[in-house]
Design a protein around this ligand. Structure first.
Ligand code: ADP
Ligand code: MG
Length: 352
């Protein structure tokens, strides 16, 4: 059984200006102890998806589909159960989380808090554990007596990781955990996360706009565009031989040296990602796609195995992409639809 299983998860915000479908039909599985990277430009729905996993979204967000954590239905959980699951089974390290520390409380108290709240330790045990957790993330135990302002940004992010580890969760969701840090510190924090998840056999969902970082840390990658997963597969395959033209552009993008927080322009792509409230018809990527066909303006294509000999789209090893060049029959007329004659389908061309 997967540690985490998502089936057809959709999130719609009800904004004053109308509905915003921020996540659309995402299905993913994460086996225990594995790392899954979620990539995509700003606005592609990554944080919305991360927050949906533990129901941390604001009230105006409607979540549908199925989210199973260790087989348990997260969307159906009562509040008491949900509170127990947060931290104890799964914890989240947010983008810019280092700013979430309380400036007037000692660091050790803040790390110990989830242990106390969940009744997992006495006050004395929690204090000792806080010191151990700090050492675990590469900070001296005496820092527990200090305050957040005495630490650098990278050290504060280490504290947030220590907090996320406090209750020995089986899953950590890390949403751009290093985006606000400088390049050297970024590499250190990523190496720390990687060694901790391996050591403790923790499942990781790591979110980033940087496909190269994800490829170096994760077993599998999922690339999101306009709220959908457009490609998913083993990390190296997706990074080195992406089959969706959007993943390919992301894999060829590089962060601006010295400015890791900069939004990278994916190579060869003009324009901006679409506003989810006004998605283009057909494949939402087609207006920016360098290899689109006329049919892409009216027809979307589901995720499809890039190599059918390797089995179904939902097998654990699958590499899938939602592109007409991977599934050319996707441009055939819809059943019963008379509005679309379907142009003569070109043979699947190798787009790389
Ligand atoms: P990412 O993390 O990939 O940058 P987000 O999940 O933050 O993307 O956002 C996805 C889309 O949802 C964006 O278009 C964003 O503007 C929209 N969005 C996020 N939060 C809200 C909200 N509370 N109300 C309405 N729209 C939102
Ligand atoms: Mg985000």
């Amino acid at each position: 059984m997967s540690l985490l299983q998502l089936r057809d998860v959709a999130v719609t915000y009800r904004a004053a200006s109308g509905e915003v479908p921020a996540v659309r039909g995402v299905s993913l599985a994460l086996p225990a102890g594995q790392a899954l990277g979620v990539a995509g430009e700003s606005g592609s729905g990554k944080s919305t998806l991360a927050m949906a996993l533990l129901r941390l979204l604001p009230r105006d967000a409607r979540v549908t589909g199925e989210i199973l954590l260790d087989g348990e239905d997260v969307l159906g959980m009562k509040w008491g159960r949900l509170r127990a699951v947060r931290w104890a089974s799964a914890s989240v390290v947010f983008q810019g989380a280092q700013h979430a520390l309380n400036p007037v409380r000692r660091i050790g108290e803040q790390i110990a808090e989830p242990l106390l709240v969940h009744g997992m330790a006495t006050a004395a045990e929690a204090r000792r554990k806080a010191g151990e957790l700090l050492e675990h993330v590469g900070l001296p135990a005496w820092r527990a007596r200090g305050y957040p302002h005495e630490l650098s940004g990278g050290q504060r992010q280490r504290v947030m990781i220590a907090m996320a580890l406090a209750c020995s969760p089986r899953l950590i969701v890390a949403d751009e955990p290093t985006t606000a840090l400088d390049v050297m510190i970024q590499a250190q924090v990523l190496a720390l996360i990687r060694s901790l998840i391996a050591e403790h056999d923790i499942g990781l969902i790591m979110i980033s706009h940087d496909l190269s970082v994800l490829a170096s840390m994760c077993d599998r990658l999922a690339v999101m565009y306009a709220g959908r997963v457009v490609e998913s597969g083993p990390s190296r395959e997706v990074f080195q031989s992406a089959r969706h033209p959007y993943s390919r552009a992301l894999s060829e993008a590089f962060p601006t040296v010295g400015d890791p927080a900069s939004r990278m322009a994916p190579k060869g792509l003009g324009g901006d990602p679409p506003d989810p409230a006004h998605l283009p018809a057909g494949c939402s990527f087609h207006p920016r796609c360098p290899v689109s066909l006329p049919s892409c303006a009216s027809r979307d294509v589901e995720l499809w195995p890039v190599d059918e000999s390797r089995g179904e789209a939902d097998s654990p090893n699958a590499h899938t992409a939602a592109c007409v060049h991977v599934r050319p029959e996707g441009v055939q007329p819809a059943e019963g639809g008379g509005d679309h004659d379907g142009p003569a389908v070109q043979p699947a061309e190798e787009v790389r």
